[in-house]
Design a protein around this ligand. Sequence first.
Ligand code: SF4
Ligand code: SF4
Length: 381
Amino acid sequence: MLATEKAGARPGTHATALLAEADRLMTVCNSCRYCEGLCAVFPAMEMRRAFADGDLNYLANLCHACGACYVDCQFSPPHEFDVNVPRVLAQLRNDSYAAYAWPRVLAPAFARNGFVISVVAALCVAAFILGFVAWHDRSVLIGTHTGPGAFYRLMPHAAMAWLFGLAFLYAIVALALSLRAFWRDIGDPVGVNSGSLWQAIRDAATLRYLDGGGIGCYNHDERPNDRRAFYHHLTFYGFLLCFASTCVATLYHYLLAREAPYPWWDLPVVLGTIGGIGLIFGPLGLMIAKLRRDPVMVDEQRLGMDFAFLAMLFATSLTGLLLLVLRATPAMPLLLALHLGVVFALFITMPYGKFVHGLYRFAALTRYAQEHRSFVTKGGA
Ligand code: SF4
Ligand code: SF4
């Protein structure tokens, strides 16, 4: 069942002016269909005759912002139809992060001040840790600590596990509830078949629809390239490797009774180093790519939210790698406190910023794979 067919859906009426504008564009595109080979948005659009809010949020999160449909469009400005699909879907995507956030009341504050909140939270946690240590045993702050358990001279492992476990749990619960609300609104609330899920995993892992129909992403000079896809991959796989490093280190601690820090050649350090390098160059490259995009195709008012998330990923990796290099020096306590502060801030801001685009896009890809299969099975293609 499409969102337009749900009880209570009102095709033609929308919650916001932006949703109404997206409806107008999709109606024009549905008559034109010139771009149907560029990505999944247009085939998904063609399976509908009317667009409820859930349908439009689904299409917005299916869009990878490659810009091809703006460059190719004969109705883009200055044409009177004023068709600008990438920018309107980007604005709608950013609205959708707040619309489905849990708890929703926090979303506007993070959307407006995400970077400031992240920096203040990171510095507060770092200052709290340093202040606590200074009050308890000032010599720990200026000493050199090496060998297993060195990090826990600053903060006992149990306290670290509780603090970060609770922040992580909060992020997981908030993200899961947001994803559930998004999934319910964009389509069929019944289960997903394994074939569609596998198709969505492949499409997400390869960024299949970020290639502008095969020629790459458009920037300000109308010369498409694959750089955005490359930096996106560095960021995504860098994040996964860093997460894997943390998981392995947790298993080492609880199953093997081996305490951090670990030697250079050990698995948590190898995974964290490779992932950390990806998280340095990926976010940096994406920030530069954003500055080089044609402003007409992006949601300029919410660029700050994108930069805040990329900056926090960059800061997480930078402090982590500096900690790795300088862990046997007196700089370790300060760097560890800063790294923990940044990681804490990343956790609590994740459900309200750009991080959710990964989850919503994966849900949209799964929905698309599901309805495309059903459409083909029924003989629609
Ligand atoms: S973006 Fe323009 S060219 Fe492409 S389908 Fe829509 S109206 Fe047609
Ligand atoms: S910007 Fe790219 S991904 Fe988004 S709708 Fe246009 S062609 Fe599709």
